[in-house]
Design a protein around this ligand. Structure first.
Ligand code: GLU
Length: 385
């Protein structure tokens, strides 16, 4: 048996989403805010295009890297929205952004080489690096410093075995975006370490509440080492379609495409035909964003009104990152307590490498559920005093 996999825990977010569904079977009043999954339906234009494609007999393998129309649309989007000098020949369509990350990590790391991950970090970066026989090195960003990236923090973690830095902005779980001073620090770091590549996971790109998050792939000085990952799950409410993509410079693209041809062949052609419509659904995306913004405001205000509880307004993504000051309780204990007492399921911050007592609640859920969850969390916390 593979010892690395034996020592990995299953994805905590996938596991807690399943747990919430299980609890809801016995008690439909349970509110699941653990998983990050839009509650909206996929815009109809996208679904129709996929159905039409399927009915037209599009049931065969596609080009391994994806159908030409979709790759061209993605390259155009990366140029127009992100300022990346993208070319369709370096775009690869994958089943979910997660698989794009998996491919990139495997293509860039040799066994024993290191990837820097900025904590708090999404639960799967570390395990994906370890499964690739790499070493995940965690750089702790500080809540007290608004989780800002500094050159010093990166320099303190780099070694002669570092080959990859993973960034995720807008950030899951903290909701921070990448600001200019941070992008400059990352660029200076990459220029000082020419052996290090960057994986920029921008899957929450369209869900921002003020300024846009920056794309490192738009910076010419380092663009030849930046792999940009994005997908359709969050922006177009297409989680179950499993469709993401990456743009990678050579020589990474060649290796990524090689591994993909051996491990996945291609993504479903009729689903890709649907996704090709996604970039013309900007209005629908904007409507969803506005709804998230209202839920964000409602929930953050409600959390800050509870004694001993505080939360910043996230700049992007759809997660409330909430700190609890409850003597003797860590994030696992608070998560368990809220599950039992309030029947609200939230992710413990420890799953993201946060040392403070934080929980992540997804507000990609109906406003009534968010309001009811906030009311019950309040009641449960007050009951402790
Ligand atoms: N990315 C989402 C989350 O963080 C979905 C589950 C997962 O892939 O981890 O909740």
């Amino acid at each position: 048996m593979n010892h690395i996999l034996e020592n990995l825990q299953p994805s905590a977010s996938v596991a807690l989403m399943a747990r919430a569904k299980e609890m809801q079977k016995a008690d439909p009043t349970v509110i699941g805010l653990a998983g990050g999954e839009p509650d909206f339906d996929t815009p109809e234009r996208i679904t129709r295009a996929a159905i039409d494609s399927l009915l037209a007999g599009n049931t065969h393998y596609t080009d391994s890297a994806g159908i030409p129309e979709l790759r061209a649309a993605i390259a155009e989007k990366l140029r127009a929205d992100n300022g990346i000098d993208a070319d369709a020949s370096r775009v690869l369509v994958t089943p979910g952004g997660k698989y794009a990350i998996y491919l990139t990590v495997n293509a860039l790391l040799n066994p024993g080489e290191e990837a820097l991950i900025l904590d708090p970090s999404w639960v799967s970066y570390g395990p994906i690096v370890r499964a690739a026989h790499g070493v995940d090195v965690h750089v702790k960003l500080q809540a007290a410093e608004a989780y800002r990236i500094t050159r010093e923090a990166l320099e303190a973690a780099v070694t002669d075995r570092t080959r990859l830095l993973i960034l995720n902005y807008p950030n899951n779980p903290t909701g921070r975006i990448l600001h200019t001073d941070e992008a400059e620090a990352v660029e200076a770091f990459l220029l000082a370490h020419p052996q290090v590549w960057l994986l920029s996971d921008e899957v929450y790109e369209t869900i921002v509440y003020g300024e846009k998050s920056l794309s490192m792939g738009a910076r010419p000085a380092v663009a030849d080492r930046v792999v940009t990952v994005n997908g359709f799950s969050k922006c177009a409410a297409m989680t179950g379609w499993r469709l993401g993509y990456l743009h990678a410079p050579e020589p990474a693209f060649r290796l990524i495409a090689r591994l993909y041809s051996h491990s996945m062949s291609c993504a479903s052609g009729f689903l890709q035909a649907g996704a090709a419509e996604a970039f013309s659904c900007r209005e629908e995306m904007e409507r969803m964003r506005r709804v998230y913004a209202r839920r964000r405001d409602l929930f953050i205000v409600a959390m800050n009104a509870i004694p001993g509880v505080r939360a910043e307004y996230p700049e992007g993504a759809f997660y409330a990152w909430v700190f609890f000051d409850l003597p003797g309780m860590d994030s696992q204990a608070v998560s368990r307590y809220l599950m039992e007492r309030a029947r609200v399921v939230g992710m413990p911050g420890s799953a993201y490498g946060e040392e403070g007592c934080a929980l992540r609640f997804s507000f990609a859920n109906a406003a009534e559920d968010m309001a009811e969850a906030a009311r019950r969390i309040r009641e449960a916390i007050l009951a402790l005093n």
